[in-house]
Design a protein around this ligand. Structure first.
Ligand code: ZN
Ligand code: ZN
Length: 193
């Protein structure tokens, strides 16, 4: 994978200039929040705004809605892999048999164009589930199950390259419809946590 900024060429340089390259890669992150050790170890790669070979190998993937009014970016620790959710809420909200999802820290989900509206319902736990959607076309990039803390369930099927992602698991297999084949390890409800 070619890096758009050419950081790969910097990998042959001295340790100090490699540190500088990583610091540059961290870009809009606040460098005051990073220790030099964490930069040296590449440990704060979560803050990297773009994929950085070796040091910050976290891919950022773009998504967009049907009408084009909203766009977003999601940064993940590794290549996204779909989790199929067969629950009844997903069926209602999507109009399909299942949805495709990845779970991502909310800080790593950014709206890059337009603004999202919200729809809130009570999840199985009794806590709020906040669904974010394009106010014009209703495409739904992610939802926030507040019981899970600062993580969003991102609709991975809306991300660029989604047809190439692998499948990691299926959840709510108890609600799978009979015509739908199993494609990954299936949990009857959600995995134990
Ligand atoms: Zn839209
Ligand atoms: Zn679901």
């Amino acid at each position: 994978m070619a890096h758009p900024s050419g950081q790969q060429a910097r990998l042959d340089r001295s340790p100090l200039s490699r540190l500088a390259a990583v610091a540059a890669c961290l870009g809009r992150a606040s460098s005051s929040r990073l220790s030099w050790k964490s930069i040296a170890d590449g440990m704060d790669a979560r803050r990297c705004p773009q994929p950085h070979l070796i040091y910050c190998n976290m891919p950022t993937t773009k998504g967009s809605c049907h009408c084009g009014q909203t766009e977003w970016e999601v940064t993940t620790e590794e290549a996204p892999a779909h989790v199929l959710c067969h629950c009844m809420a997903c069926k209602k909200l999507s109009g399909g048999e299942y949805t495709l999802n990845i779970v991502v820290p909310s800080d790593d989900c950014k709206v890059t164009k337009g603004e999202l509206s919200k729809y809130t319902y009570k999840g199985d736990s009794g806590n709020d589930v906040i669904c974010y959607y394009c106010p014009n076309c209703t495409t739904h990039p992610w939802h926030h199950q507040t019981v899970q803390g600062n993580k969003y369930v991102v609709r991975s099927g809306l991300l660029e390259g989604a047809s190439e992602f692998s499948t990691a698991a299926e959840v709510y297999g108890k609600d799978r419809w009979s015509f739908q084949p199993q494609v990954a390890h299936t949990f009857p409800v959600a995995p134990p946590s």
